[in-house]
Design a protein around this ligand. Structure first.
Ligand SMILES: Nc1ncnc2c1ncn2[C@@H]1O[C@H](COP(=O)(O)OP(=O)(O)OP(=O)(O)O)[C@@H](O)[C@H]1O
Ligand SMILES: [Mg+2]
Length: 154
């Protein structure tokens, strides 16, 4: 779960979806897309919660071609949507601190408002995300199913 700091700022809208089985990840992706994507979407949850699965569904619905893999080792994966929007998919699980995060080149993507940024394990980058509009998606295990908590920070 996210640390309290992430939830400090006012103006959060909250929606909880689920519990859902795996096939409903597409349903959650559709809900997110239909409600408008901000520049940054941050996915939290335990190992294997379904963060990459949801990113894969989002990319599929946005018409991205090619495989969506976990960027745990590559740190940043770049995709293009069907209408040629740039997408940056990154995973900060192995990043130790903000300095190491800067070395990945993420700032270039954060500075590009046309680029959609999808972050797994965003906690280490709190300082970078302060002041940005971010949709936080927290995925909670419920047995074999998942519950999705959506928080938009304006
Ligand atoms: N809604 C769901 N219900 C049940 N199983 C799911 C759901 N979403 C994903 N899974 C399953 O959970 C497993 C892990 O999914 P995934 O790789 O997306 O997790 P992750 O959160 O990205 O993990 P990591 O922390 O390692 O990056 C997969 O086997 C996937 O099929
Ligand atoms: Mg993953």
């Amino acid at each position: 779960m996210l640390s309290a700091d992430f939830h400090e700022s006012a103006k959060m809208t909250l929606k909880t979806l689920g519990p859902f089985p795996l096939e409903s990840a597409a349903e959650v992706a559709a809900y997110i897309l239909n409600n408008g994507l901000p520049h940054i979407v941050a996915f939290s949850g335990d190992l294997g919660a379904g963060k990459t699965t949801l990113v894969r569904e989002l990319m599929s619905m946005m018409g991205a071609t090619g495989e969506v893999n976990s960027p745990t080792f590559g740190i940043i994966n770049e995709y293009r949507t069907g209408d040629n929007r740039k997408v940056c998919h990154t995973d900060w699980y192995r990043i130790k601190d903000a300095a190491e995060l800067m070395d990945t080149g993420i700032q270039e993507y954060l500075d590009d408002p046309d680029c959609l940024i999808l972050i797994e394990w965003p906690e280490v980058g709190q300082s970078l995300l302060t002041g940005e509009e971010v949709l936080f998606v927290e995925i909670e295990h419920a047995g074999e199913q998942r519950i999705y908590h959506l928080n938009l920070r304006h």
